[in-house]
Design a protein around this ligand. Structure first.
Ligand code: EPZ
Length: 444
């Protein structure tokens, strides 16, 4: 079970032999960004919650530690997480873990709406941006919570003798995934109806809404920009399967595209990858539903399928990251690596986070021809990248550097693997299974 890395593990590197040719099939794990919020959502119901298809990641272990510090009993075994939510102490979310896992802030809504009080450290910023939580806080205040921030701790409670949050109409200035999730969870046990307008529409929001509805919540409109929640008195603990990870799936599709390899992914929901598949087609690849006998490349079905990536000659395109159903910011670094060896020019615009182009400098070390102007990466494709020692700066940047190393001439050595281990379950094992030659090396 991954835990926080020891000093020696922090210095581990991935040595990647370039010009990889991949083949075969890889199983996609459960979605990190759904599992994390569902673990927080488990607080809403009292009893034994069981989550299946949970990826084995440092972030999941950290979320388990947060819940344990709050008095819950958490057990991870294989891809299952059991959470006994009968006993909770709402004031004990530990700063040292919250500061390493922003998603732990998600506990504030469930704690406040179930217990009337919450005390959660303010999550810090990270490499990709300041990551404020003002939209979360304003949403809770609109529902009647008294929220104050003292010495980096967010104290939230109900005032005026109120025993429950009150339903409210909330317009989000930005369709924030986290703020939508915080307000949605808080509203499930509030008095009356809550409407969230300009809500985030990501698949992870739909997964959370489905999870809460199975617990007994009344939620309509998840997956659209307007969500309506009618508060109920209590929710029950349930067993639930987490959706597949669309970003891990997208990362493997790009690994196939950049190494000109035909590979198959199992356990993927194609409609969750629509923007990624559209851009891979535009670049010159094809993506097909492998077990769909009429070969339609994009099934509307929501059940997990097998996807096949057919590589092609890569040509430059423009990409702008946007809230779902726009192109996902979590796939931007991987596509920047891919487009660095495409024919022609590409403009990649990062509009979601203010500082998510840190991987460009590392790709330049590998011979990529990229200029950064503001939040745009101007890419001129080069015939090939050259292996080099590079350093990961954040989760998706680390995946982009591994992918670049697979295609480069020569050996690439990627450091900063603690970023990678937060969000990818056994990435090197899955790539080795597809035929890549890479190994994790610990310092002597
Ligand atoms: C979630 O982060 C994901 N993390 C991120 O994935 C993902 O990149 C992001 O959504 C966008 O899709 C989890 O789900 C655990 P946001 P979140 O609130 O909720 C601003 C990964 O690599 N904002 O939609 O933090 C914010 O600064 C991670 O797996 C406010 O201004 O994203 C950002 O510019 C990285 N005030 C923009 O909104 C707020 O109160 C989008 O943030 C909240 C957000």
């Amino acid at each position: 079970m991954p835990t926080s890395a020891t000093k020696r593990e922090l210095q581990a590197v991935l040595e990647i032999d370039g010009r990889a040719s991949l083949q075969g099939e890889v199983k996609i794990s459960g979605a990190k960004n759904s599992a994390l919020v569902l673990m927080a959502g488990a607080i809403l119901g009292s009893g034994d919650c069981r989550l299946h298809n949970v990826p084995n990641l440092v972030d999941i272990t950290r979320m388990g530690q947060i819940l344990t510090a709050l008095g819950l009993k958490v057990r991870q075994h294989g891809d299952t997480v059991d959470i006994d939510t009968r006993n909770i102490n709402p004031t004990k979310a530990p700063y040292d873990i919250v500061s390493q896992l922003r998603a732990s802030f998600f506990v504030i809504g469930p704690l406040l709406t179930r217990l009337g009080t919450a005390r959660v450290p303010l999550p810090g910023g990270c490499a990709i941006g300041a990551r404020p939580v003002d939209l979360h806080v304003r949403g809770l205040q609109a529902m009647g919570a008294n929220v104050r921030i003292e010495s980096g701790i967010v104290h939230a409670n109900l005032t005026g003798g109120k025993r429950r949050l009150q339903g409210a109409n909330i317009y989000l200035d930005y369709p924030s995934v986290g703020a939508t999730e915080t307000i949605l969870m808080a509203a499930t046990l509030a008095e009356g109806e809550t409407k969230i307008e300009n809500a985030a529409q990501e698949p992870e929001i739909v997964d959370l809404a489905n999870f809460c509805c199975q617990m007994g919540a009344k939620i309509k409109g998840a997956g659209t920009n307007t969500i309506i929640i009618s508060g109920v008195d209590r929710l029950k603990a349930i067993e639930y399967n987490v959706i597949p990870d669309r970003i891990e799936a997208g990362t493997f599709l790009v690994a196939g595209a950049i190494t000109k390899s035909e590979i198959t992914l199992s356990s993927v929901i194609p409609s969750h990858l629509a923007p990624v598949i559209a851009k891979l087609n535009e670049i010159g690849c094809k993506v097909e539903v492998a077990n769909d006998n009429n070969g339609s490349y994009l099934s509307q079905s929501l059940k997990p399928q097998r996807l096949r990536l057919i590589p092609g000659e890569l040509r430059g395109i423009d990409i702008e990251t946007l809230p779902y159903p726009g192109f996902p910011t979590d796939m931007q670094a991987q596509f920047t690596a891919l487009l660095s060896i495409a024919e022609g020019n590409s403009v990649i615009s990062e509009t979601v986070f203010e500082n998510r182009l840190n991987h460009v400098a590392e790709l330049q070390r590998m011979g990529a021809n990229i200029r950064v102007k503001g939040n745009h990466a101007l890419v001129s494709g080069v015939p090939f990248l050259s292996g080099a020692p590079v350093m990961a700066t954040d989760l998706r940047a680390s995946a982009a550097l591994v992918i670049a190393g697979l295609a480069a001439n020569g050996k690439t050595v990627v450091g900063g693997l603690h970023h990678l281990d937060r969000g990818y379950e056994n990435l090197e094992g899955k790539l080795q299974q597809l035929g890549a030659k890479l190994r994790r090396v610990l310092p002597d």
